[in-house]
Design a protein around this ligand. Sequence first.
Ligand code: IMP
Ligand code: MG
Length: 215
Amino acid sequence: MASYLQIPDDEKGHDLELFCVPKHYENDLDKVIIPHGLIMDRTERLARDIIRDMGGHHIVALCVLKGGYKFFADLLDYIKALNQNSDKSVPLTVDFIRVKSYCNDKSTNNVKVIGGDELSNLSGKNVLIVEDIVETGRTMQTLLSLLSECNPKMVKVVSLLVKRTPRSSGYRPDYIGFEVPDAFLVGYALDYNEYFRDLSHICIMNDQAKEKYKV
Ligand code: IMP
Ligand code: MG
């Protein structure tokens, strides 16, 4: 079972005043739940765990856009640092896929995968899927079943966050950064209708902002 840093349900978080957040979001956020520095520290360790398990072979890192892009970039930087500074190293190539399942703050049953044609390139490869957050698990299960049709050699999934929610299908990724409460989180590329990707810390949005940015 994957180990992770648990953010408890009664986590008070941190006052916004203690951190730098963009002026345009100051009135939209409740609190900082995971500061950027802590995300980076945990990501560094995930890179080490992944290389320990997958480091024998060429890895294709598959970024699930758009929410995964920050985590993907930072995780790969740490993997590159390991490759540069040890006797053993592993070639790393990248690929990108786009998946959309959310409208406002609700996961929908309709999981759309864009760029699926590229998946055939993954045949015979060791694939590391890099995702921002697993909630119901539907997105990842859809992606995994699509991927299995391409016959990759190995598939592992790393998700920065996993939500503790009764809506979960029971799916768990191979590597998990943090387990988080059942709240809508934004920042570090996690969005609400495309807003808040330009925020470094992972935060809880307030109800007023849910109305303000609703589509
Ligand atoms: P699932 O299919 O329900 O597991 O949802 C996974 C996808 O929904 C993630 O890749 C995110 O894009 C999105 N998502 C789920 N929870 C949140 C959240 O709290 N904030 C932002 N996006 C979320
Ligand atoms: Mg995502």
